[in-house]
Design a binder for this molecule. Structure first.
Ligand SMILES: [Fe+2]
Length: 256
C-alpha cells in the first residue's frame, strides 16, 4: 500500500496545480491513497466548500485541516457530512466536523487522524491524549493508521512521532509549509517526517505575497496576508506500508 501525503495547499495557484497534476502523479508513483492538507487553500485563511470539492476531484482521498479549519463558514455543512474532510480532533467537541475517520482503499481500512499542536497555536486539548483515546476507541476497527499532526514546533512533532512510534504506520507534520529533510522510519516502524512542505506558488513567503509580508515584518503594521500567484509545485512524501503489519517499509520525498 502506497500512501501519498501532500503538504498544505496555498491559494488558488496551489489548488489549480493539484487539478492539473495530481491524478497524473498519483498514477506515476502508484499511490493507493492520497491525503492532502487543505487548510490554506482558499486565500490562505481556510478552505471553502468550492475548493474542497476541487481538491477531492483532483485526486485527494481525504483532506485534513489545521488552525484555519473554520475560516470559511460555508465548509461547515461539508465538515458535518460524510465527505472525507477532517479537522483536528482536539478541537472542542462542539466545533463542526470530526477529527478522525476510517476510510477504505483496496479493501484495507485506513484510520486517518488529524490533530493540532499547542506551541504558538490555539489552546487545543492535549493532542497526545486525544491520539491515545482514538486508538483505544478504534482498536480492531482498522488495518492501517496515519496521523497528520498540524503544528508549529518541530520538537512537538518529533515528540509525537516517538510517542506513537509503532502505533501509526504513517505520521507526518504539516503547517510550516517548509519541507523538512528528516524523512525516516522510526525504530518501531512508523514512517515519519516533521513537515511535508506545501503545494503552492514557488515565488512566495510560505505561499503568501512577498512584498506585503516584508512590509509587515519591517513596519509591524498589520496587513491581511494573501496567497501569491504563479507557478506552483507540490511537496509531499510517499510512504510504502506493509498493510498486514501496519508498519512503514519505505519513505520517499516527492515534489511535482
Ligand atoms: Fe496551519
Amino acid at each position: 500500500m502506497k500512501i501519498l501525503a501532500i503538504g498544505d495547499v496555498v491559494g488558488s495557484s496551489g489548488v489549480a496545480h493539484l487539478e492539473e497534476a495530481l491524478w497524473k502523479f498519483r498514477g506515476q508513483v502508484g499511490a493507493d491513497f492520497v491525503v492532502v492538507n487543505g487548510e490554506n487553500a482558499s486565500d490562505v485563511h481556510g478552505l471553502s466548500s468550492k475548493d474542497a470539492e476541487k481538491i477531492l476531484a483532483a485526486g485527494a482521498d481525504v483532506i485534513t485541516l489545521g488552525n484555519h479549519s473554520f475560516g470559511h463558514a460555508d465548509l461547515f455543512p461539508l465538515l458535518d457530512s460524510e465527505k472525507p474532510i477532517l479537522r483536528p480532533a482536539n478541537y472542542p467537541p462542539e466545533a463542526p466536523g470530526r477529527g478522525y475517520d476510517i476510510f477504505r482503499a483496496d479493501g484495507w481500512r485506513i484510520l486517518c487522524v488529524n490533530l493540532g499542536g499547542r506551541f504558538h497555536m490555539d489552546p487545543l486539548a492535549d493532542p497526545f491524549d486525544a491520539a491515545e483515546k482514538i486508538l483505544e476507541r478504534e482498536k480492531g476497527n482498522y488495518d492501517i493508521s496515519l496521523m497528520d499532526f498540524h503544528a508549529e514546533a518541530t520538537s512537538e512533532k518529533i515528540a509525537m512521532g516517538y510517542c506513537f512510534d509503532g502505533k501509526f504506520a504513517v505520521l507526518f507534520g504539516t503547517h510550516t509549509h517548509v519541507p523538512t529533510a528528516d524523512t525516516k522510519i522510526l525504530p518501531g516502524g512508523t514512517g515519519y517526517v516533521t513537515d511535508l512542505g506545501m503545494c503552492g506558488p514557488e515565488e512566495s513567503v510560505i505561499g503568501c505575497e512577498i512584498e506585503p509580508t516584508i512590509r509587515r515584518l519591517r513596519t509591524l503594521v498589520p496587513v491581511r496576508f494573501h496567497a501569491a500567484t504563479g507557478p506552483s509545485l507540490a511537496d509531499g512524501v510517499l510512504f510504502t506500508v506493509d498493510e498486514e503489519k501496519n508498519r512503514c517499509v519505505k519513505v520517499e520525498r516527492v515534489k511535482f
